[in-house]
Ligand binder design. Structure first.
Ligand code: F6P
Length: 545
């Protein structure tokens, strides 16, 4: 028997959004929700009341509320690794409780936060200084994936909230992730070894790219410093792996810890957020955590039909599994959020890129979508053509901020006008009759109208979600990111997959080690396929020794 959702999807298949708007005037009341400084607007989704109800039934059938309770309670929801996924515990207030294996983790979380606070103050006040006695001016975070994208995105987004140090200016905070030496060398070229602090951020402290860059940074420092006591002044680590940090040569006193129940791509709230705390100061970082906690409370306590994270997930499920979308465009109309698309790309694609369910069986529905995007208005002049008139069905997520924080606020209405206009154009389109009438009014010949009208027609009916922020401050950004995190978990629950493992990155890592050996001068290609062998043979003589 056809599921209730399929019945709804078939009923709405040929119904343009224009029609839905006409016969469903309550959609603004029903499909706009304000929460924690965010205005979420699903009115331009191809849904009506009956379709929403069928989605809520699916959420109930998949026990989404129960799954959320299990997540917050610290149950081992990461089943393939036997771990909890307690990023929510990282943003609990000091007087809260949350147990893992019978132990309350909140005191540990706040102990690490307090250590971060002390360190930030010492750096800002010039108490912790470089080897020559000069204060630290530049911070370089060396990490990759979840140990990079979160703090990098947040530091970019909240740069206008940077806190001045005792020197009167904020720290310069930079990020190096790629093992391509071009990335680190560009940063080192500008850096002064006497005033640069390196944060080596790696949950496992075993990631080749990060350790390679960290070793190169240490060698650079030691080329300038009088002796290796400088390492303790210029290197700190953020990790769960104390032994490996010590083995690398970083004093455990200079290590900020976190726990295996924090997933890498959910770790910006942990000490992985150290660059954020150094840039914003601790009040800013705590406000960021507070915003996420406010969203946590909403998501944990609100029934599915008014739960923002559940509704967001259901919209993705609808577009993907019922309407056939394979990707989603994330389109922030704000320069400060330019790194949100790559951040969400990791969060969603690493979490939801799974083909086997919790039961070990290959899933039958499509899971994680391709997440991509870029800031408006740039995207409009690059790829929006395909969104408007291409043959693919690509739902969009527009994100805008009501208040700018720069010196040219008079340009802001134009920016937001573009955001709203794009959402309207995608939804409503422009039919051929309107195009013909417009061309005729402009005095074009009937032949020209016949030839051009089909090219100038916009089919419309292309759905989007609008997320508007009152302002982009630490608390609102925290709420926004927490909302996406919970959406991801709800989607994983709806699909019956594990959002918190990432076995799919392992094979490439293993092979890279073998390939590196087989690329060495004089090596012969080991046991590889024909194509790999030929590639190695071409590369080997061309690589630097
Ligand atoms: O590429 C997989 C991955 O494990 C990510 O999940 C993680 O965020 C990243 O590598 C970095 O890992 P680590 O923090 O252990 O260096």
């Amino acid at each position: 028997m056809e599921s209730a959702l399929r019945v709804e999807a078939r009923r709405l298949a040929d119904e343009p959004l224009r029609e839905l708007f006409a016969r469903d005037p309550d959609r603004v009341q029903r499909d706009v929700q304000e929460i924690a400084g965010l205005r979420l607007d699903w009115t331009r989704q191809r849904l009506d009341g009956a379709a929403w109800d069928a989605l809520y039934e699916r959420a109930a059938a998949c026990e989404v509320s129960e799954a959320l309770c299990a997540l917050f309670a610290g149950e081992r929801v990461n089943t393939t690794e036997g771990r909890a996924a307690l990023h929510t515990a990282l943003r609990l207030p000091r007087d809260a409780h949350c147990e893992v294996d019978g132990a309350d983790v909140v005191p540990q979380v706040h102990a690490q936060l307090d250590r971060v606070e002390t360190f930030v103050r010492r750096i800002h006040d010039g108490v912790h200084r470089g080897y020559s006695g000069r204060p630290i001016r530049r911070v370089v975070n060396i990490g990759i994936g979840g140990s990079d994208l979160g703090p990098r995105m947040v530091c970019r987004a909240l740069a206008p909230h940077a806190q001045a140090t005792a020197d009167g200016v904020p720290l310069t905070v930079q990020f190096v992730s790629n093992v391509d030496g071009a990335a680190l060398s560009a940063v080192l070229r500008e850096a002064d070894p006497e005033t640069t602090l390196f944060i080596v951020a790696s949950k496992t402290f075993g990631t080749q790219e990060t350790l390679t860059n960290a070793r190169a940074a240490r060698a650079w420092l030691l080329r300038h410093a009088p002796d290796d006591t400088a390492v303790a002044r210029h290197f700190v680590a953020v990790s769960t792996a104390r032994d490996r940090v010590t083995e690398f040569g970083i004093d455990p006193d200079n290590m900020f810890g976190f726990w295996d129940w924090v997933g890498g791509r959910y770790s910006v709230w942990s000490t992985i957020g150290l660059p954020v705390a150094l840039l914003l100061g601790m009040d800013g970082f705590r406000a960021f955590l507070g915003g996420a906690h406010a969203m946590d409370e909403h998501v944990l306590q609100t029934p599915v039909s008014s739960n923002a994270a559940v509704r967001m997930a259901l919209v993705d499920l609808w577009n993907q599994n019922l309407l056939g979308a394979q990707s989603r465009a994330v389109l922030p109309y704000d320069e400060r959020l330019s790194l949100l698309p790559p951040y969400l790309q990791q969060a969603e694609m690493e979490s939801l890129g799974k083909r086997v369910g919790l039961d070990g069986q290959v899933v039958t529905d499509a899971t994680g979508a391709v997440v991509w995007g870029a800031v408006g208005t740039d995207g409009q002049h690059a790829f929006f053509q395909l969104l408007h008139q291409g043959t693919r069905f690509i739902p969009a997520e527009f994100i805008g901020v009501a208040r700018p924080e720069h010196d040219l606020p008079a340009q802001h209405p134009l920016l937001l006008a573009n955001l709203v206009a794009q959402a309207e154009a995608l939804a409503m389109g422009k039919d051929e009759a309107a195009v013909r009438a417009e061309m005729a009014a402009a005095g074009q010949s009937p032949e020209a109208i016949d030839a051009l009208a089909p090219h100038r027609t916009f089919p419309g009916n292309r759905p989007s979600t609008l997320i508007l922020l009152e302002r982009l401050d630490p608390a609102t950004l925290g709420a926004l990111i927490a909302l996406f995190e919970h959406k991801i978990y709800v989607l994983a629950t709806l699909w019956g997959i594990n959002a918190f493992d990432q076995w799919g990155v392992e094979l490439g890592k293993q092979l890279a080690g073998q390939v590196l050996e087989d690329l060495a001068p004089g090596a012969t290609a080991g046991e590889h396929d024909l194509a790999t062998t030929a590639t190695l043979d071409w590369l080997r003589p061309r690589l630097p020794p």
